[in-house]
Design a protein around this ligand. Structure first.
Ligand SMILES: Nc1ncnc2c1ncn2[C@@H]1O[C@H](COP(=O)(O)OP(=O)(O)OP(=O)(O)O)[C@@H](O)[C@H]1O
Ligand code: SF4
Ligand SMILES: [Mg+2]
Length: 356
């Protein structure tokens, strides 16, 4: 019997299954003028055409400046924000076409962990009530010992049993984030979208929560989409990283390759802003200071959205044509390294020099 492509994929060593497949996702928020009869006068192009795939068991880090659309993207993946266009396939099913009960059932498999645990946990509910809420909504309290389940959850996230009868304000920031993670875990999800999970925590506590998330990933076979503006956090956690600028991905690759060979001028600028502990490296590393502020997503620049701040921008292609995210095949970079820049090859070879 001849082996089919499908058979080959199930062999050991084959690529793991794609769990999340996002195609052409857009979220445009209407801008209305007038208080009562709001006329739509424009749109905020918060997410403006994102394609990405996350494999089962992988951690995908999404980084970019404040306001570039990271949270909106995360919410749209979970259908908490209605996409203006595009598809979100989860385990092979298109979520964007689902409604009501069908979508509600899928939600069990996808959970969100938020930046601000205090803001996202109802202050009037005890930890027990908070954890049971999601389990009840998905009928998970019927056929199992809920009490034992709650104790197991607390143990998994490193909180004592007596936490169950307490309220969110009785905990420290790090402990509250542990509660947020336990609440997400309570419904046995496959994918967790963690939106800035450690940004609000003290630096000393950040590493503990990151380590906890990594342990839980191994224990429960979780897949993560981790959103952060801080490259250091994402580097530590991610297998692959996507860099976002004004609603779109400008670069995507293996974490090591992104740090070893950043290709997009914006990624290089972000990297140059991360302090390096080694003073020798610190002295020789590239310094790129970006000109100007992030343009408004309600009025994004034409062509390459980065052209107003790019030290390598060339007339007139950069300000007229939007570059596609394309795989760059170079000796240095690894397979799957994608970049959205017309001149990535010439910048890499030094054929085009930086102006500033
Ligand atoms: N519900 C909404 N209505 C209108 N505009 C919105 C809405 N939510 C977000 N925006 C706008 O969309 C853009 C992207 O916002 P988003 O919160 O997704 O960015 P972000 O990358 O998560 O930023 P941060 O790092 O500050 O969390 C911003 O300009 C924001 O003001
Ligand atoms: S396409 Fe042009 S403006 Fe955009 S990043 Fe590349 S060189 Fe810079
Ligand atoms: Mg955000």
């Amino acid at each position: 019997m001849t082996q089919t492509a499908n058979d080959a994929e199930t062999d050991s060593g084959a690529e793991p299954e794609v769990l999340l497949d996002v195609r052409g996702l857009k979220v445009h928020f209407p801008i209305k003028s007038g208080i009562i009869f709001g006329r739509v006068t424009g749109y905020v192009y918060a997410v403006d055409g994102i394609d990405l795939k996350i494999r089962r068991g992988e951690t995908y880090g999404l980084v970019g400046e404040s306001g570039c659309g990271k949270s909106t993207f995360g919410r749209a993946v979970l259908q908490l924000e209605e996409p203006t266009a595009g598809e979100v396939h989860f385990a092979g099913k298109d979520l964007a076409s689902m409604k009501g009960e069908e979508l509600r059932k899928q939600r069990q498999h996808m959970q969100m962990v938020f930046q601000d645990p205090l803001g996202s946990l109802d202050p009037r509910q005890t930890v027990e009530q908070l954890l049971l809420e999601g389990m009840r909504a998905h009928g998970l309290t019927k056929n199992r010992d809920s009490r034992q389940r709650l104790i197991d959850l607390l143990e998994a996230v490193g909180l004592p049993r007596n936490a169950l009868s307490k309220y969110p304000h009785e905990f420290s920031g790090g402990q509250r984030q542990r509660i947020g993670i336990a609440r997400a875990l309570a419904v046995d999800p496959e994918l967790i979208v963690a939106d800035e999970p450690v940004s609000a925590l003290d630096v000393s506590v950040q590493a503990q929560v990151v380590n906890l998330m990594q342990d839980l990933q191994k224990e429960f076979g979780l897949t993560y989409l981790v959103i952060a503006h801080d490259l250091a956090v994402v580097r530590h956690m991610s297998d692959r990283i996507g860099v976002m600028y004004l609603g779109a991905l400008v670069e995507e690759s293996d974490a090591d390759d992104l740090y070893g060979h950043p290709l997009h001028p914006y990624t290089r600028a972000l990297m140059s802003a991360v302090p390096v502990p080694d003073p020798l490296v610190e002295d020789t590393r590239e310094q790129i200071l970006l000109q100007g502020d992030l343009p408004s997503p309600a009025n994004p620049p034409t062509g390459c959205r980065f052209h107003t701040r790019c030290p390598w921008a060339q007339a007139t292609l950069c300000d007229t044509e939007r570059p596609e995210l394309r795989e760059l095949e170079t000796v240095e970079t690894s397979k799957g390294h994608r970049v959205a820049c017309h001149y990535a090859e010439q910048i890499l070879s030094g054929e085009i020099q930086r102006r500033t």
